[in-house]
Design a binder for this molecule. Sequence first.
Ligand SMILES: Nc1nc2c(ncn2[C@@H]2O[C@H](COP(=O)(O)OP(=O)(O)OP(=O)(O)O)[C@@H](O)[C@H]2O)c(=O)[nH]1
Length: 360
Amino acid sequence: MKTVLIGVGQAGGKLTAALQSFDQQMGFGAVLDAVGVNTAKTDLQSLPFETVLIGQDRVNGHGVGGDNELGAEVMESDKTEVMSALDGRVTAKTESIFVVAGLGGGSGSGGAPVLAKALRRVYDIPVYVLGILPGEDEGAMYQVNAGRSLKTIARESDAVLLVDNDAFRSSGESMRAGYDAINDAIAKRVGLLLAAGEAVEGVGESVVDSSELINTLRAGGIAALGYASAEASDVAEENINAVMSTTRRAVLTGTSLPDASTADSALVVVAGRPEVVPRKGVERARRWVEDETGSTQVRGGDFPLESGRLASLVLLGGVERSGRVESFMERAREAIEEADTVVRGDPTEQWANDELEDLL
Ligand SMILES: Nc1nc2c(ncn2[C@@H]2O[C@H](COP(=O)(O)OP(=O)(O)OP(=O)(O)O)[C@@H](O)[C@H]2O)c(=O)[nH]1
């Protein structure tokens, strides 16, 4: 699926750079272009694509310091500048736009929904958000920002593909030390998914195309992406079990959003050398995903890729009722109420971000 990426905030910019780099290294050509947007000047300097600094009149290039209301306000005032940077980048070839953002940060969580809304008014192609959820041990401010923005983002975009930082963390490693590894892991999964949607001329009809990705995400809301891989045998029949077990692992332990296995729709993509990908295995894996997710809308197909391994990618659409999303929303609600009680003594009162900042 030919895509233009817009990274908002620090995490958004870094993940966008990792996605573009993976696509280039693999020679896929699914990432057509990328733009970085931020309120902090220093975060933009290292990005290898065009950048737009917003909110200069309000924060003078120093970032919004976690204030997501301010992040939303400055995006609202400067969105014309951001949209101009996309002129000539989003072309007739572009099939989707991804706004990439850390939902815990002020610029990302505030700016992403405002930008997604503006983009949808202008372009006829789907506007998705690739959103990073803060890990469980990140501060209350991050949980509050993400909790507040998640529903807005789901409403303002065609779908939000959620990635939980905790899902990609190695044990014992600090969040910060692990960012590069996390970004690479996400870039690989999302990069393969985008590339899988690229029509490859002269290959059979079982190959996945962009419309299947778009249809899987059509109902909107929250989506998750699972991935797992294994050694491939040179004989297709011998790979049936491998396809089944990579697909199970992709959904049960390899997902971007742990425990998200109740879904409205799904797409199962098996990547590998066309002559060793077993059609029977792909169909069996597709049926297993139907049973596991309770969805009757499960598509399946392959993605021809020169590799000694087989990989299963499972895109799940409509996972908002999953345990992980519910427990995250609960955590965010608690953080919001706690902050409200401390600041105002009344959890029902509207509470402002700048007050929380003083508190942390
Ligand atoms: N996966 C990943 N998460 C990151 C990265 N950098 C920051 N985060 C997460 O993103 C959230 C913070 O968002 P940032 O992008 O740093 O903040 P921002 O949107 O630039 O907003 P302000 O700093 O408030 O102006 C936290 O939950 C971090 O754990 C990264 O490189 N990769």
